[in-house]
Write a protein that binds this ligand. Sequence first.
Ligand SMILES: Nc1ncnc2c1ncn2[C@@H]1O[C@H](COP(=O)(O)OP(=O)(O)OP(=O)(O)O)[C@@H](O)[C@H]1O
Ligand SMILES: CC(C)(CO)[C@@H](O)C(=O)[O-]
Ligand code: BAL
Length: 286
Amino acid sequence: MQIIREISALEPALWSLRGKGERIALVPTMGALHEGHLTLVREGRRRADKVAATIFVNPLQFGAGEDLDRYPRQEEADAALLRAAGCDLLWLPTAAQLYPPGFATTIRVAGVSERWDGAARPGHFDGVATVVAKLLLAVRPDVALFGEKDFQQLAVIRRLVADLALPIEVAGVATVRDSDGLALSSRNAYLSAEERRRALALPEALREAAAAIAGGAPVAASLETAAARLWAAGFDPIDYVALVDAESLEPLAEARGRMRLIAAARLGTTRLIDNLPVERSVPDQG
Ligand SMILES: Nc1ncnc2c1ncn2[C@@H]1O[C@H](COP(=O)(O)OP(=O)(O)OP(=O)(O)O)[C@@H](O)[C@H]1O
Ligand SMILES: CC(C)(CO)[C@@H](O)C(=O)[O-]
Ligand code: BAL
C-alpha cells in the first residue's frame, strides 16, 4: 500500500494505480478505523480493481465546542489495518493542503442537509460536502463508498454527486454492528464501560420502533416510546428520533414509501447516531 502525504505525489500515484484503465474505489474516512471502515474497503475491492482510502479529520465539519481536538488519531495502526484489508493507496491530506490561504469556497446541499444533524450541527454538512467534493475531484474514483450509519450524510453526498453530475457511482454500505447490536463508530471509544452498556438502548429502541411501525402501529406513538426508552437509559439531550423519507429525509407522520428511522442523542459527552430501514409488511394503499 502506497502512502501519500504530499499532494504533488497524488497524481503520479493515481496514474500508476489506474494502469491501463483499472477501476478505482475511494473510501473517505476520518481515521480511528474499525470493522465498519474495513467493510467499506472490502466492498471497494469487490466493486473495483484498486482501492484508495483517505484519512482526514476535517475541521470544516466540526462546530465550535465539538470534539475536533479530542477526535481519536492513530495513523500507524490505521495504515496497518488498511493494508491488511487490501487497500492499495492511502492519502493523508493536511488542512493546509486542502484549504490553503485564500480558500473561500463552500459547497452547500440545500434541502436534504437542513434537518436533523444539519440542524443539530449547524454548518456540519457544508463542511462534509465541501471536503467530499474536494476528495472526489482529486482522486476521481469510479466508485466512492460511504456507510449507511451516517444515513443523512450518504443522502447529502448522493445529492451532491447527482447535482454536480460527477461521473462517480456512490455506494452505500450497510451498518456494521458489534455483536450486541451497537453500531460501530470511532466515537464509541469515548464511552465509559457503564455508558457502553446504556448505549445499547439506541439500537434496541430503533429496532422496537421499526418493528412497531412495520406492523402498522401509529408513527408518533412509536417514536415517543423510542424517545422515552432513550431518556430512561440516560440519553440527554435527544436531538431527534424521526421517521423520514429515505431519499429526501423529510419527516413522515405516516408510514409510506421508502422509509428510514433515524436518531441522534447524547450519552454523557458522546453523541451517538443510528438508523434502521422500516419495511412494512402491509403495502401502501393506492
Ligand atoms: N458501523 C459502520 N458501518 C458501516 N460504515 C461505517 C460505520 N461507521 C462508519 N462508517 C462509515 O465510514 C466512513 C468514515 O466514517 P468516520 O471516519 O466518520 O467513522 P465513524 O466511526 O462514523 O466515526 P464517528 O464516530 O466520527 O461518526 C463513513 O462513510 C461512515 O458512514
Ligand atoms: C465523509 C467524511 C470522511 C468527510 O470528512 C466524514 O464525514 C466521515 O468520515 O463520515
Ligand atoms: N461520521 C460522520 C462525520 C462526523 O460525525 O463528523
